[in-house]
Design a protein around this ligand. Sequence first.
Ligand code: FES
Length: 400
Amino acid sequence: MFTKVIKDDSLCRKCGFCATVNRCLNSQCVSCLACYLACPYEARRIVLDESPRKMINVIVDGVPYYVPERITIKEALRLCGYEVGIYPDEGIIQAPCSSGGCWSCAVIANGEVVRACLTGVKDGMKISTDTRHIMPLRIIHGPEPHTVGGKATPWFEEKGRRYIEVAIWTAGCNLRCRSCQNYSVTYDNSSKPISPIEAAREITYYRRIYGVKGMAISGGEPTLNRRWLIEYFRELRRLNPDKGARLHLDSNGTLLTPAYIDELVEAGANNIGVEPKGIRVETFMNITGITDRSLAERYLKTSWEAVKYLVDNYRDKVYIGVGIPYNSAFMSLEELAEIGDKINSIDPEVQVCVLDYFPTFRRREIKRPRYKEMLKVREILNGRGLKYVIVQTIYGHVGP
Ligand code: FES
């Protein structure tokens, strides 16, 4: 059974997102679903496509196969028996964002590096899944300087109005948060991708210009394209060997397995923030839009275990921060207190930053938490024994 995506004109607001940020690469729909995932007004629908299809010939890693026309390379690879994974060490290729931003799914098709999740197969196409010899790529926004940092920016650096950090943001995410706080980056599939070497050089240049210690990478979700990220940190450390350099990663933690953390620290990351989206799986699913319960459970477990693993193994080497998304539309104060207890059981002195999720993307109806509400949040977490709690408010960060 085949599907295609159509536009629902009754819901389309003509915002231009699909013409400028998340653009279609194909002349006919190949059901990649990128536009369906990215449209801020949910004006795309998946429908059955019963029109006739020919079988076409593709050659994958030297072996000929027949696959239906008008499907993505990713789908063709699946049909040819290739496992397509989400976690960096699972599957022959990984396609965690499936919206074109992370470039983890890069393959070589007819001699060109393309994204398997977006690109349609063509008759006679020669595909190679071995990309070890080519430079990894990724879409990046920034760098930009900041006076306020992320969840793991050390609170004691955030004094006064001076710049404390420069940041870049990676496109592509494995979550589908309806209140994605950075959706125009997350779903960008049209900007030119760059290598980790170029990204490390650009952010280093900005570090020097603005005279800061911190260089942050956030998203989207930076951990999706593991090879890219490791090479980025290696180059960043080479360019910034001084002790004061803060090589900062902000992550949702869902892919941060112990082996991945070890590799990141070895590559030079010395400031890591993890943001588990809740403590109850229902809350996680509500925030992230992940509808597969077993995947949601795995993601949530991995992110909490990442916090614990970092604290247990790298407390002295890495400045660690924990982020908590908060809005009463998706999290009760009772659950927030449970999160406080959980963090306390790991380490009451770890830095905690609560982010006041504002209305955006597909949840424009929610209200940004009021200033007093965020102070209450802080009081609750302090009451659970947490020592260094920062809350993001409409007037800036408050705390510890
Ligand atoms: S999975 Fe294809 S670009 Fe992210």
